[in-house]
Design a protein around this ligand. Structure first.
Ligand SMILES: N[C@@H](CCSC[C@H]1O[C@@H](n2cnc3c(=O)[nH]cnc32)[C@H](O)[C@@H]1O)C(=O)O
Ligand SMILES: [Zn+2]
Length: 434
């Protein structure tokens, strides 16, 4: 494949040394960046297969949604305004028990379409019928960190271990490396210590990270304390979880001792899901403190049934606003830090910061281009603040993943949009009738 040049834009590289580059240019060859810098420094002798003129536009790395359940788009606005356990046990789990593989395919496809159109280029997913999610990732061109959710209490515990293990064996590194896998024990309240130990044995064998929900609600902390006499963090630490690379969703309620444990973890990424935490009234995660204490925190949307969309731009501004009001400190979680959470910190949280998360020569070519010639983006005092506080997903023109253009001028090239919307509507209706 030849070279693709994008020129004339302002770049937000997410690199500490050169965060913003004015009048920038980017050159992509195959799946990688081979030039990121000022247009005037482009090598004269290069020839290009395609040139994208991006004057007045802004380019940043594609956003990484560090925690979601993509196919839950099928249950968008199906059960709202409830606390977590009632929502899960009374409304969500009974319907999920009737889900079929085909439903998960279309639910994931519509999620991927939504994610591409709102600037997400990589998502960490925990669900079931994951072969279908992997197929959707493969076909659509997006990047995914996929895991089969395992529930140790109940009849499917042993089966979940086998399915989760086989999924990693089948899909790790597939789709030109766009698919990576994890093992996903759902949460401490669904995966008791003995079960978690079995998951860790598989992690030893396959060398894949763990994706888990941790410390989401006060009810979870209370129940685990009653049952085991310790916090969920202490419980899973004693099982040895933090000797492994871990992607932990939520971490809303943490004690000082929990913080000490998390700081000693080998390779921990936390997925902060502010809108889900607000909607389920779970609480406010101590994100600014986490960052101050050196923890890695990315941003996630959680599923579309507790959010109710998969829009990372909204999630960034919500993260900032929630942290400010939660700490009563308007300097908490400034825009630049939110952008890092949605990109390079997210990449670190999923263990892929060597390949993803910044605009940088040698890294995988995942980027998004914003049209900044919009009323709500004028005047341009600060493009970081604009992106976090003012930009909307409809401002995103172009999305590139692994060097492939997935969307150009808002037209998604890899997905038949009309068909996906139709099939998602159809399968969700059939599911609820079943
Ligand atoms: N193998 C399991 C699937 C678990 S997938 C992950 C699960 O997490 C659930 N989920 C979604 N959002 C949340 C959340 O915020 N907290 C806890 N669980 C959630 C989701 O509905 C799904 O059941 C089974 O067969 O049921
Ligand atoms: Zn979740």
């Amino acid at each position: 494949m030849g070279k693709l040049l994008i020129r004339g834009a302002d770049l937000m590289t997410m690199r500490d040394d050169t965060f913003i580059i004015h009048d920038g240019a980017i050159v992509i060859e195959d799946d990688k960046f081979i030039f990121v810098g000022e247009e005037k420094d482009l090598p004269q002798e290069w020839e290009y297969d395609k040139i994208i003129e991006a004057k007045d536009q802004v380019i940043m790395p594609g956003m990484i949604n560090t925690h979601t359940h993509a196919a839950m788009t099928l249950l968008r606005s199906y059960a709202d305004d409830l606390p977590l356990m009632e929502w899960l046990e009374k409304r969500i789990w009974p319907v999920e028990a009737r889900l079929k593989a085909e439903d998960v395919y279309w639910g994931s496809m519509v999620a991927i379409l939504e994610m591409i159109k709102s600037g997400t280029t990589c998502f960490a997913d925990m669900y079931f019928y994951m072969d279908e999610v992997a197929k959707a990732v493969e076909e659509s061109g997006i990047r995914g960190v996929l895991s089969h959710g395992m529930i140790g209490v109940g009849p499917n515990g042993e089966k979940d271990l086998a399915v989760g293990r086989q999924f990693c064996k089948d899909w790790e590194g597939k789709a030109d490396g766009r698919i990576r896998t994890m093992l996903a024990p759902h949460a401490p309240y669904t995966c008791p210590p003995d079960y978690l130990r079995k998951v860790l044995e598989i992690a030893d064998e396959l060398k894949v990270p763990i994706h888990i929900h941790l410390c989401e609600t006060e009810t979870e902390i209370k129940n685990i304390k009653e049952q085991y006499g310790k916090t969920p963090i202490q419980l899973v630490d004693e099982v040895g979880l933090f000797d492994y690379p871990v992607l932990a969703a939520h971490c809303v309620h943490l004690s000082d001792k929990d913080f000490e444990i998390l700081k000693k973890a080998k390779a921990l990424g936390i997925a902060h899901n502010p809108q889900s935490n607000m909607k389920l009234a779970s609480g406010i995660a101590p994100v600014q403190r986490m960052l101050n204490e050196g923890l890695t925190v990315g941003i996630g949307t959680d599923g579309a049934s507790s959010n109710n969309n998969l829009n990372m731009l909204e999630e960034m501004s919500t993260a900032a606003l929630l942290q400010k009001v939660g700490t009563m400190d308007s300097t908490a979680l400034p825009a630049g830090e939110c952008l890092r959470m949605a990109t390079i910190y997210g990449a670190r949280a999923i263990g892929q910061d060597a390949e993803l998360g910044t605009l940088e020569v040698g890294k995988k070519a995942d980027l998004i281009i914003f049209d900044f010639s919009k009323p709500h983006l004028v005047p341009r005092h600060n493009i970081m603040a604009h992106t976090v506080y003012s930009a909307q997903s409809s401002d995103i023109l172009t999305v590139i993943v692994n060097g492939q253009i997935l969307m150009e001028n808002r037209e998604v090239k890899t997905i038949d949009e009309e068909r996906v919307l139709f099939e998602a509507e159809r399968t969700s209706k059939e599911l609820l009738r079943r």
